[in-house]
Ligand binder design. Structure first.
Ligand SMILES: [Fe+2]
Length: 194
């Protein structure tokens, strides 16, 4: 059964910090035996210790609880390596340029994996003056609709929110090479390179 913090996470982070069980224990005001118990899954730290524990181990509370350490390799923030997250409960849309551990409405969100737009989500792009007219062939009922369109280039992200009973279309400035994303509430994220 999963616990809210695993012993292997505490041990891995403690060792990465070069701390003994006793040193970690002293920093957060518990005994070395308590730390040993956490690491061998014979006990769990009290919730009031989560913040001091995460601070001492040099990670965020989310990282400590998820067991995933965030290491950002996209330091130059190339937007083409952006990640998109959508909360299935409240519909919150989150855009990040680097690695993060995200939770919304009490659930951890994985980054969305975009698939090439398929026949049920055909994206067409038509030039209109200096803009492009984007149309997605898709129904727009309350149960099944395109909830946003995003266009991402190396230095710009444009988001257009769409609503059921509207049209699955928008005008957008497409400058430079990039990736057009459309998000269907049922089928997830689709992409088309431009
Ligand atoms: Fe769909």
């Amino acid at each position: 059964m999963d616990t809210y913090i695993t012993g292997t996470t505490v041990k891995r982070l403690r060792e990465a910090k070069g701390l003994t069980q006793l040193q970690l224990a002293e920093k957060i005001g518990v005994t070395a035996k308590a730390v040993s118990k956490w690491e061998t899954a014979k006990g769990l730290p009290d919730i009031s210790l989560i913040e001091p524990l995460s601070q001492t181990l040099g990670v965020s509370v989310m990282e400590l609880m998820s067991g995933e350490t965030v290491i950002n390799r996209n330091a130059s923030s190339n937007l083409l390596r952006s990640k998109l997250y959508v909360c299935p409960v409240c519909g919150n849309i989150i855009h990040t340029t680097g690695e993060v551990v995200i939770s919304c409405c009490g659930i951890a969100l994985p980054p969305l994996e975009a698939e090439e737009a398929d026949g049920e989500h055909t994206i067409s792009i038509e030039s209109v003056e200096d803009e492009r007219f984007i149309t997605v062939e898709h129904e727009m009922s309350k149960k099944h609709f395109i909830s946003f369109i995003a266009y991402v280039t190396t230095d710009k992200v444009q988001f257009i929110k769409l609503y059921p009973e509207g049209n699955a279309e928008t005008r957008i400035q497409l400058r430079g090479r990039g990736c057009l994303y459309v998000y269907c509430n049922k089928h997830g994220l689709m992409k088309k390179r431009v």
